[in-house]
Design a protein around this ligand. Sequence first.
Ligand code: 0O2
Length: 224
Amino acid sequence: MDHKAFKDKIADFLLENQPEDIKAFMNEMQTLMSYYKCAMHEIEAKFKVLNEQFSLQHERNPIESIKTRLKSFESIKEKLERKGLPLTTDAIWNSLNDVAGVRVVCSFIDDIHMLAYCLISQDDVKLIEIKDYIKHPKPNGYRSLHLIVEVPIFLCDDKRLVRAEVQLRTINMNSWAKLEHRMRYKKHLSDEILAKTHDELLECAEISNQLDLKMQAIRNIIEK
Ligand code: 0O2
């Protein structure tokens, strides 16, 4: 979405609501976003601990990088609209699981499943949903392991259970997804361009997967 379209969306939102409602909504949003931010940091810290422990035991780091992101207001609004839900903090809290996102990029495919298992085995982490786009890649070739998890965050006088989406991928899956995201994902491209690029991108995803499988096989030989 370009800058103008985004401004128009915000303007629509302001027109549809009374000033006092907007103020209350903005305050609630701020609180909600702070909960999501805390959950993201909790999960990031858990992965950092796992990486550290693994490097002590096995002298290598399974994690290449960890990125956290909060879903933008525009993207939250768009997703609620797509699901036919109102733009309220209740709808966000009850129906969106990916406002807080943590992306973990791993060296090898096996590390993805090992790290996912270590995370969801922790007794303060509740697994809500798994989408295994590695076992079942999307038709365009997209691969990643997605987990929706719920973690507690501890406030001064309260505790909240917050949901977040964790995406685990290899370096190769991440490179493909980043480029595909930049070029094609959610872009309003013509059917002709979509058809023309579909097979090429799928082929790139297959080549990238071959590379992951070969690297994993080499590592297995070395570690035996
Ligand atoms: P962005 O811009 O990355 O934040 P659901 O939550 O179940 O209602 P959703 O949101 O489609 O449905 O969930 P899914 O399938 O788990 O995908 C969520 C995220 O995975 C996306 O976030 C992307 O980050 C990534 N993703 C999924 N499919 C693709 C794909 O084909 N290509 C690329 N590059 N990334 C993909 P967002 O919020 O849609 O987008």
